[in-house]
Structures are given as structure tokens and as C-alpha cells.
Design a protein around this ligand. Structure first.
Ligand code: SF4
Ligand code: SF4
Length: 418
């Protein structure tokens, strides 16, 4: 129930109810929240807190799988539907009803992001992000190869909702096949106000602010959203989910998972379509079991992903990868003293000074200064940690500092509303 940014969804089913695949089982729990649908047909066994991938207890609806009988009104065929609905509100309603959230990592409800607050600057560009967010991951790449037209129709739907900005399909130049396939599909669909935009391969090219800078040469300010400079960023997988919601009335109940890692033989490294809610252990089993020599299992990419504490936890909308990494790969160096080399600051794509934020965080009670030096702007990319020769856990500490500062900022905003 808590697999998106915002308030957890509220279950609308009861224990013992029969459900069908794609049936609504939980309504959004607030303005920023998303609906959740059953990924299978079966019987509701329990509604209770269960441990997620990190071991945190979150509300779940547990369903005993009895088959795959879909709810009425959902088009499960592969037939491409290109005629777009005329009504903007109808499009937004369908996206909301189908529980679509941003699948690039943030899981922010898409119907909210596509409907900027009154008074926001006009959207001048829609950046559809096909720059795989992290090393090792190939799910976006695979989707671009296999469903290019669906992604482009999804982008056209989002263009329409946003009032017709130019759309850029952003792909790193180490994926020439995807660039070729997407260009061909674009030509065949004949969309005039859309281009495939090759970008330099670098990490983190897929970050929202980095993408806006790379394509529009505009900088999104501290604490601001891309719309402040006329940009809206959506992932290619989100564009696909928008297509399925609007053109097929198909809720977001499946996604692609890259199963890979440096201790998994190449022939076992795959991308899988998976039904959201399926325990991660099923994926591991299907892929041949946890490989010998796996020192750490990570959900997500190697830079921003989280260690899996509970392999039996349910996969969620934002699940993108399972990495099996060797112990030596994830082993951290013994922490030493900062030698003031400045590498962490050079590496930070947000222009922060991680060594300074780390020092302020460790000193405790320096929240004013942490906010002044913009700990809240950290995108948790891990570049500082990776570059530090002293083995200082910069990411962990800056992340903690960011959470504390965000708490202060939110409390201030809530007090100002009263
Ligand atoms: S994780 Fe480190 S490098 Fe990345 S944005 Fe945060 S402070 Fe900068
Ligand atoms: S990279 Fe590490 S050692 Fe170098 S300045 Fe940053 S914190 Fe200090």
C-alpha cells in the first residue's frame, strides 16, 4: 500500500473477498498518493503490516493467487492504439485511476506531475528519459527496443496534457540500437513535435536536473522543480504505463526487472516482466537461485539501490533491478581521516561540498548550516562516496542530513499554512 511517493493507499477490499487481475484494491490515501490494483486473480488472505525489502513494516493486502482472470474493460491485447482521447481531464483521470507513478525511481504520482499547480510556468519541453539511471540496469533499454511505439504514443499523450511542449526522447549515446529503433518508430508514427535526443553517456545523466541541463541548458534552482524552468521529465517506462492506462485502460500491475550482477553468469542475466507484488524470492528462484558468492543483494542500481534485508518481500511499482554483487565489490574501505583532496566536491553533480556537509552532520545540531549549504539538494547519487579515497561514508551521512533538513523545511511550510 506504500509503494509510491505520498500517503499510503487505503484498501477497499476485505479479507475473504475474491479479486480479479487489474481490479482496484486500494484508493489513493491523499492528494499525493496512488491507487493500487490486484496483480492476479485470487482471494484476499490478509490486510496487515508486513516487512518490505528493507525490513520496514508497511501495510499490505495479501492475496492468495488462484489464477489470472482479468477484470472487465481492460484491453490486454498487443494491438497498438494511436488515436488519442480529446479530453485532457479524461486523460488525467485515466492515469490516476490506473495508479500510474513515475518509474524512474521517484514513484511520484504521474497525474499530479502532469498537472502543475496554477501559476506554474508553461511546460516548454517534455523530456522522456531513456538514459538508464544507473550502471548495470538495462530495463529501459530493453523496453525501448521492444515497445518503441507504445512509448512514443505515451509521450504524445503527455504532450497533449501539458499543452503541446516539444518532446525529447533522451537516450545516452552508448545505446545506438535504441536510438535507431526509436528514430524509426518516430518516423513511422509521423509525430512532428518530437525528436530523439542522443546524450553523452555519463552518470548520473538520468537525474532530472542533469537532464534538463543537458537538453535545455537551463539550471533548476535549489529546492525547485523542473517546471520552474519550463521542463517536465518522465521516464520511458512511465510513458509506456501512461500508454497502457489511457489507451488500454490497463492499470500499473507489472514492470520490468533487470536481474544481473557481477557474480551472476552472463547467461543468467535477464530482464523479466514481473507482476508487482510478487515476492522477490520468486524472481531469484526463477533466475536460478541466489548465486554462489553473492555477498550482497541490492534492489535497484549499485549507486542508489538499497540492500535487500528480506528476500520474501513483495516487489513494488518502483522495483527496477535485483543485483547480486560479490562481497569484494561492496566491501567498504576502513574509514580514515579526510585529506581535503576535494574529489567529492568535484564529483558531486549538484555542486555540493560533501566533505563540509559530512562535517556539519557529524558535529550535530547544525541544521541551519546544513540547509544553507543545501544538503536538501542531494540526489543521493553516491558519486561522493565512490570518489572518496578516505572511505568516508559520505552518502550515508549526507542522506541523513538531507532527511533532517527536509523535516525542518516541511515543518516550516506546515506552520506557514496555519
Ligand atoms: S550523493 Fe554525494 S555526490 Fe551525490 S548529490 Fe549527494 S552529496 Fe552530491
Ligand atoms: S573526497 Fe573524501 S578525503 Fe577528499 S575531501 Fe572529500 S571527504 Fe575529504
Amino acid at each position: 500500500m506504500a509503494q509510491h511517493h505520498g500517503a499510503p493507499a487505503k484498501p477497499i477490499v476485505a479479507v475473504g473477498d475474491s479479486v480479479r487481475t487489474g481490479q482496484l484494491i486500494a484508493e489513493p490515501g491523499g492528494f499525493i498518493s496512488a491507487a493500487v490494483h490486484s496483480p492476479c486473480s485470487g482471494k484476499v488472505k490478509a490486510i496487515a503490516p508486513c516487512a518490505d525489502l528493507s525490513g520496514r513494516m508497511v501495510p499490505h493486502v495479501v492475496i492468495d493467487v488462484e489464477g489470472d482472470v482479468w477484470a472487465d474493460g481492460i484491453d490486454t491485447s498487443d494491438i497498438l492504439v494511436t488515436t488519442l482521447p480529446e479530453d485532457r481531464q479524461l486523460i488525467l483521470d485515466r492515469i490516476k485511476a490506473c495508479g500510474v507513478v513515475g518509474l524512474g525511481g521517484a514513484t511520484f504520482p504521474t497525474h499530479v506531475k502532469l498537472n502543475p499547480a496554477p501559476g506554474s510556468p508553461k511546460a516548454e519541453a517534455l523530456l522522456v528519459n531513456g538514459s538508464e539511471c544507473e550502471p548495470f540496469l538495462t530495463s529501459d533499454y530493453r523496453l525501448m527496443l521492444e515497445r518503441p511505439k507504445e512509448i512514443l504514443v505515451g509521450a504524445a499523450i503527455m504532450q497533449k496534457v501539458l499543452g503541446g511542449p516539444k518532446a525529447y526522447i533522451c537516450i545516452e549515446d552508448n545505446k545506438p540500437e535504441a536510438i535507431k529503433v526509436m528514430e524509426k518508430a518516430l518516423q513511422e508514427l509521423g509525430y512532428a513535435d518530437m525528436v530523439v535526443q542522443p546524450l553523452k553517456k555519463k552518470y548520473p545523466q538520468g537525474g532530472e536536473k542533469q537532464l534538463v541541463d543537458a537538453v535545455m541548458h537551463r539550471q533548476v534552482g535549489s529546492g525547485a522543480l523542473p517546471i520552474s524552468v519550463g521542463a517536465v521529465v518522465q521516464n520511458v517506462t512511465t510513458a509506456f504505463a501512461v500508454y497502457e492506462a489511457v489507451q488500454k485502460n490497463k492499470p500499473l500491475i507489472s514492470n520490468i526487472l533487470t536481474v544481473t550482477g557481477d557474480c551472476l553468469p552472463v547467461e543468467k542475466q535477464h530482464n523479466y516482466w514481473f507482476r508487482i507484488g510478487m515476492p522477490l524470492s520468486y524472481v531469484a528462484e526463477y533466475a536460478g537461485g541466489v548465486p554462489a558468492g553473492a555477498g550482497k543483494i541490492i534492489s535497484g542500481g549499485p549507486m542508489m539501490g538499497k540492500a535487500v534485508a528480506n528476500l520474501d518481500a513483495a516487489t513494488v511499482k518502483g522495483s527496477s533491478a535485483v543485483l547480486y554483487l560479490k562481497y569484494e565489490t561492496t566491501k567498504r574501505w576502513q574509514e580514515g581521516a579526510c585529506i581535503r583532496c576535494g574529489r567529492c566536491a568535484d564529483a558531486c553533480p549538484m555542486g555540493l561540498e560533501p566533505f563540509l556537509l559530512n562535517r556539519l552532520y557529524k558535529a550535530g545540531d547544525r541544521l541551519d548550516e546544513l540547509e544553507k549549504y543545501a544538503a536538501q539538494d542531494c540526489i543521493e547519487c553516491g558519486c561522493c562516496l565512490y570518489s572518496c579515497p578516505a572511505g568516508i561514508p559520505l552518502l550515508d551521512n549526507v542522506r541523513q542530513a538531507k532527511q533532517q533538513v527536509m523535516g525542518v523545511i516541511k515543518a516550516r511550510a506546515a506552520a506557514a499554512k496555519k
